[in-house]
Design a protein around this ligand. Structure first.
Ligand code: C5P
Length: 416
């Protein structure tokens, strides 16, 4: 069993517009862009004209994967060129950029840029984009300590705070001018933390969710195993949806070939019994059993590879623990959600399974559909709970996951 990515991360797929103004601390921003991308964020960078004296747009372009502009007219021109293959994706005009961003982080923010934003000036790309945006704004000031403490700067900062802008730092320490005092750009780790915190507020903020996903492998001998066709796509999509809602997600996964969302705690297992112990260790406040767990394992696994012969080979199998049922039977069980794959009488079998396992909700689908379910990118589900039902029509597993998580969230709240 191996555990990965234990740091909670809420930056996956978040759109961060990094606006760099012209202070010496701008040299730290390429590393910030790298770390943001590593955390799963989508990053676009704009700069003030003087920022280019401290860090090259090319470096930021390579790291963010998108063109970096400081000139308003250059950007508008690039965005208007329809024939360039990448333009649509790469060059948005300043209004599109302003709308695109979930958050705008100005780092470093010079006294000049802070003043312009406080006053609502729009005389270059950076200030114009900011004025055009309704996204949350975070400002990380960096300047000489006298400039920071100047009454004018402090008044601007107070005004920005009153408008809901988040001010991060500045930190104290040695400044580029040689003085020691307040005015240093905070460390990149602090900026990442602040962004993470900003996105951590969600309807499931702080709720621990354990999700089982993928197939299990039951060894036959040291080189062979029994498994199934589960791709893990549905479970991984649920993990991503839960994380976007602010939950702390533990994903207990059998062997699959998809990458987990950054920031979920991934626990990789192989057999059903390994999955069982990983889930029982911490089944969270909500447990979603999305894994296709093998019902049996070999009663005795030979130490050596089974040799081929012409006689009939009989394997003796013993039942595996029913993870979902055991979780639901705990003294203080979490809110439990199971899956049911049926070939007929969907409602009857799903309701029976919900009662027999003693779980709170069941998401059922008909297997054998040519367009959905096992190993497909799409799914359709009938979701039942104690006093309700909802039909989730055919859609991508990503969308189905979001819809299911929203039902889980509602029922979790009513049963709390
Ligand atoms: O009993 P059945 O396998 O049909 O139920 C399916 C549901 O039970 C799924 O949610 C699956 O993840 C879960 N399950 C489990 N442990 C098992 C078998 C199934 O958690 N051993």
């Amino acid at each position: 069993m191996s555990v990965k990515n234990v740091v909670t991360n809420h930056l996956t797929n978040r759109r961060v517009l990094l606006a760099i103004s012209g202070g010496i601390a701008a040299y730290k921003t390429p590393e910030l862009v790298r770390q943001l991308i590593k955390s799963g964020a989508e990053v676009r960078v704009i700069m003030s004209a003087s920022a280019g004296q401290f860090v090259t747009p090319l470096t930021l372009q390579v790291l963010s994967g998108h063109p970096v502009y400081s000139d308003l007219f250059e950007l508008e021109q690039a965005a208007e060129q329809p024939d360039h293959h990448e333009q649509q994706n790469s060059a948005m005009n300043h209004i599109e950029l302003a709308r695109w961003a979930d958050v705008i982080l100005i780092a470093p923010a010079t006294a000049n840029t802070i003043t312009k934003i406080a006053q609502g000036m729009a005389d270059d790309l950076l200030s114009t984009t900011l004025l055009a945006s309704t996204a949350a704004i975070m400002i990380a000031p960096a300047m000489n300590s006298q400039m920071w403490l100047a009454e004018a700067t402090q008044k601007n900062i107070t005004q920005l705070q009153q408008r809901g802008t988040t001010i991060i730092g500045p930190a104290s320490g040695e400044l580029a001018c040689g003085e020691i005092g307040e005015g240093r750009l905070v460390e990149n780790s602090v900026l990442l933390q602040a962004l993470n915190h900003h996105f951590s507020e969600g309807p499931l903020s702080g709720v621990q969710i354990t999700i089982s996903a993928g197939p299990t492998r039951e060894p036959i001998d040291p080189v062979r195993y029994i498994s199934n066709r589960s791709s893990g796509k549905m479970g991984y999509a649920l993990a991503e949806a839960a994380q976007r809602m602010g939950a702390d997600v533990r994903l207990v996964s059998g062997p699959v070939s998809i990458t987990p969302p950054v920031g979920v705690t991934l626990i990789q297992v192989e057999s059903a019994r390994e999955m069982h112990s990983a889930v029982m260790e911490n089944s969270g406040e909500i447990f979603i059993a999305c894994a296709a767990v093998a019902d049996y394992h070999l009663s005795e696994v030979p130490v050596q590879k089974i040799k081929k012969s012409n006689s009939v080979l009989t394997l003796t199998l013993s039942p595996n623990p029913d993870i979902l049922k055991e979780v639901a039977q705990q003294a203080t069980p979490p809110f439990t959600v199971g899956f049911a794959a049926e070939t007929e009488n969907l409602e009857k079998h799903a309701l029976n399974k919900m009662a027999q396992k003693g779980i709170d909700m069941i998401a059922a689908n008909l297997v054998g559909d040519v367009d959905s379910g096992f190993d497909h990118d799409h799914n359709r589900l009938s979701v039942y709970w104690r006093d309700g039902v909802s039909q989730l029509e055919l859609a991508s597993k990503k969308i189905i996951a979001e819809q299911l998580m929203s039902l889980v969230h509602k029922q979790f709240l009513t049963q709390k």
